[in-house]
Design a protein around this ligand. Structure first.
Ligand SMILES: NC(=O)C1=CN([C@@H]2O[C@H](COP(=O)(O)OP(=O)(O)OC[C@H]3O[C@@H](n4cnc5c(N)ncnc54)[C@H](OP(=O)(O)O)[C@@H]3O)[C@@H](O)[C@H]2O)C=CC1
Ligand SMILES: C[C@H]1O[C@H](OP(=O)(O)OP(=O)(O)OC[C@H]2O[C@@H](n3cnc4c(=O)[nH]c(N)nc43)[C@H](O)[C@@H]2O)[C@@H](O)[C@@H](O)C1=O
Length: 347
């Protein structure tokens, strides 16, 4: 990519999109284009067509999607499949029509079967049934991979797909219901710590309410008190967490250095996506203990087994990524500390 190449970042205000924008700016790319969701609804085919016809980007990072944690995925099943299929159909197809040189589609490691071998290699795709809680989202992501692959085969495009593990970082979603586990637990532990210190005003400010009774209602719903914090599920599932700026750096690295042909082993045009992760996982209980220590909450952790565990393990096989010459940098404890500091600054 030339430094003045026209690069479109779809989803530039999200967790990953904002980090990709930051990484590109840091590297001296000067011709970045982006639109907010309000300015350009990517589910609107006519609007996306007009945008591509007018802007003619050379490179596209597709980091816009409907994203959420286990409960959001399981609750808004129709929204997750519809929105994601629409966004990726529009952006991938228009990228082909307008002659985009290279596109990077962001999927997720939830595309792999629930019982995939651990760590999960790229070629375990479509070898077994998926985890039910996020099946609609995963099906949309699999469609995205197959769309890139099919356009490459039929039309000779250079569209790559990356499958990131669970991500966290600046601009994360801290919603107590819809977010992923890591930001959710940071916020829950923070609220519990404030409660234990008797800081009612700060609790109300964090929750955006003007009466403490209202705050108490929310805290009760999410199992947060001054002496304990509720963790969903059994705490036994294992997850792998990657710092969003590392993820962005991997995306830019792949865009700069890798072509469809490089990740297509001879005769295996199906094996075109690349896992992005650290290759290391921990249990949710261990994650909660790390967050507890960093936030400084000294109460108890309880486990609400009426909430879903989801997949028990989804460790990525990162040998393909390492083989391309990229490895993550930020260890989990450091990332959690950075994110908590950012969260406090935002208060
Ligand atoms: N976060 C994670 O742990 C993981 C994420 N991924 C994938 O990485 C990618 C980025 O995710 P992440 O950054 O976490 O997600 P975010 O929710 O943080 O960001 C997504 C962005 O897409 C935008 N967007 C959503 N719908 C539309 C739409 N219809 N039109 C225009 N813009 C839209 C959002 O805007 P707005 O907020 O205004 O709607 C937001 O800026 C996604 O493809 C996701 O599936 C994969 C694995 C793990
Ligand atoms: C990125 C990934 O994200 C989702 O899959 P997930 O990994 O299951 O996501 P999660 O972060 O929500 O949960 C991880 C684990 O943590 C447990 N857990 C405990 N306490 C809380 C809690 O307070 N909030 C949440 N969200 N989870 C909690 C929770 O019960 C589960 O066992 C899908 O969207 C999927 O499609 C996808 O791509």
């Amino acid at each position: 990519m030339n430094k003045d190449a026209k690069i479109y970042i779809a989803g530039h205000r999200g967790l990953v999109g904002s980090a990709i924008k930051g990484d590109l700016e840091k590297k001296g790319y000067t011709n970045l284009i982006y639109k907010t969701h309000k300015e350009l609804d990517l589910t609107n085919t006519a609007a996306v067509t007009a945008f591509f016809e007018k802007e003619q980007p050379e490179y596209v990072f597709l980091a816009a999607a409907k994203v959420g944690g286990i409960v959001a995925n399981n609750t808004y099943r129709a929204d997750f499949i519809y929105t994601n299929l629409m966004i990726q159909n529009n952006v991938i197809h228009q990228s082909y029509l307008s002659g985009v040189k290279k596109l990077l589609f962001l999927g997720s490691t939830c595309i792999y079967p629930k019982q995939a071998p651990q760590p999960m290699p790229e070629d375990s795709l479509l070898t077994g049934p998926l985890e039910y809680t996020n099946e609609p989202y995963a099906i949309a992501k699999i469609a995205g991979i197959k769309m890139c692959e099919s356009y490459n085969i039929q039309y000779g495009t250079n569209f790559l797909s990356v499958m990131p593990t669970n991500l966290y970082g600046y601009n994360d979603n801290f919603d107590l219901e819809k977010s992923h586990v890591l930001p959710a637990l940071i916020r829950k532990m923070h609220l519990a710590k404030l409660l234990s210190e008797g800081k009612k005003e700060a609790v109300m400010r964090d929750l955006g309410v003007s009466a403490f009774a209202k705050a108490e209602e929310t805290l009760k719903k999410y199992g947060v008190s001054g002496t304990s914090v509720e963790i969903w599920g059994t705490g036994a599932p294992r997850r792998e967490f990657l710092w969003s700026q590392d993820m962005a750096n991997a995306c830019v690295f792949i865009m700069e250095n890798t072509n469809f042909a490089d990740v297509t082993p001879e005769g295996d045009v199906r094996n075109t996506h690349i896992n992005i992760g650290t290759g290391e996982d921990i249990s949710i209980k261990e994650l909660a203990q790390i967050i507890q220590k960093i936030v400084g909450f000294t109460g108890q952790l309880t486990f609400n087994t009426s909430k879903p565990d989801g997949t028990l393990r989804k460790l990525t096989d990162v040998s393909k990524l390492h083989g391309l010459g990229w490895k993550h940098k930020v260890p989990l404890e450091e990332g959690v500390a950075r994110l908590y500091a950012w969260y406090l600054e935002k208060q």
